[in-house]
Ligand binder design. Structure first.
Ligand code: NAP
Length: 301
């Protein structure tokens, strides 16, 4: 039986793995895709202390994995299909079989939140994307829109503006939520055009997006924007589907932890974007992971 099983190989999970191994626990981490979690979609990480060279997220994720492996963390690339976390022994089912652990740290992160308008699912890959770093290159020299006003939307707009002719930044209010440095850079870019106080009501086009219908929420006026691509960046939804009904959640659907990353179940911890954190950053995810591993080791002993 594994001492500590970590689900998810983003910054929270990899930091937890590093601390758990260094703390002497036999630790296994499951990751379904790439090390790094959501940051692999980030073209530039500017605010992780000690990395003034602003690495891309893929490189930073690989470095976090290499560091944890150096101290003996085992990383298996597989999916958790279901979990039984209520007993003293925790059981995780994967396509390869069942794994047992004395303690579990949940680090499954979050997925992009959909906009919630008609035809959204069917337009994915037909001009609609949730990842500027992945799909931005398809729109070189073209006109796109980014929807949202947070760090993701604004940094995506800055990234896209390097290759696109024009980037509409469509936000439902008249000021950005993003960090001031990002907001200033976006508003100074000549080819980023803010569309304030506006929500998207419709994707225009048949097989592929050719524009957006946009409504000004103050004046109720509707207008159309002709464009080639749309990037939705309206926040994230914590990935709690596997633990719903076992682990207590907040009304917003995040795993409820205390400052020790403890959930309502003994031996079960949560770290990073999946929990009720006030700040979703690499640094806070790593810190959560370290605390969760420290507490899990204390629980084991
Ligand atoms: P976020 O901070 O939650 O911002 C979401 C944005 O989308 C807000 O501006 C929000 O508007 C808007 N929005 C939400 N629902 C909407 C809807 N249905 N229609 C239109 N607009 C909608 O999300 P995020 O930017 O993805 O960031 C998530 C977390 O990751 C944050 O904690 C962020 O700081 C962090 N992050 C950090 C960095 C970085 O530090 N470099 C980069 C990316 C993300 P309102 O403003 O009106 O609420």
């Amino acid at each position: 039986m594994t001492d500590i099983l970590i689900i998810g190989g983003g910054p929270a999970g990899l930091a937890a793995g590093l601390y758990a191994q260094r703390g002497g626990a036999n630790t296994l981490l499951l990751e379904e895709m790439f090390a790094g979690g959501q940051i692999v979609k980030t073209h530039q990480v500017d605010n992780y202390p000690g990395f003034s060279n602003s690495p891309d997220g893929f490189t930073l994720g690989a470095a976090l994995e290499e560091h944890a492996r150096k101290f003996g963390l085992t990383v298996e690339y597989t999916s958790a299909l279901s979990m039984d976390l209520t007993g003293e022994t925790k059981t995780i089912t994967t396509p390869e079989g069942e794994l047992e652990a004395k303690a579990v740290i949940l680090c499954m992160g979050a997925n992009p939140r959909p906009l919630g308008i008609a035809r959204e699912e069917e337009m994915v890959g037909r001009g609609l994307s949730y990842c500027a770093t992945c799909d931005g290159a398809f729109y070189s020299g073209k006109t796109v829109a980014v929807i949202g006003g947070g760090d993701t939307a604004v940094s995506d707009a800055i990234y896209l503006a390097r290759g696109c002719e024009k980037v509409y930044l469509i936000h439902r209010r008249d000021s950005l939520r993003a960090a001031e440095s990002l907001a200033q850079a976006a508003l100074a870019a000549p080819n980023i055009v803010p569309v304030w106080d506006s929500v998207v009501t419709e994707f225009l086009g048949g097989d592929a997006i050719i524009g957006l219908r946009v409504k000004n929420v103050k004046t109720e006026e509707e207008s159309e924007l002709a464009l080639d691509g749309v990037f939705v960046a309206v926040g994230v939804l914590p990935r709690t589907e596997l633990v719903r009904g076992q682990v207590a959640l907040t009304p917003a659907g995040e795993i409820l932890t205390n400052e020790r990353m403890e959930t309502n179940l003994s031996g079960v911890y949560a770290a990073g974007d999946i929990r009720n954190t006030p700040l979703r950053q690499v640094i806070t995810a790593c810190a959560d992971g370290a605390i969760a591993a420290f507490q899990a080791i204390a629980y084991l002993s």
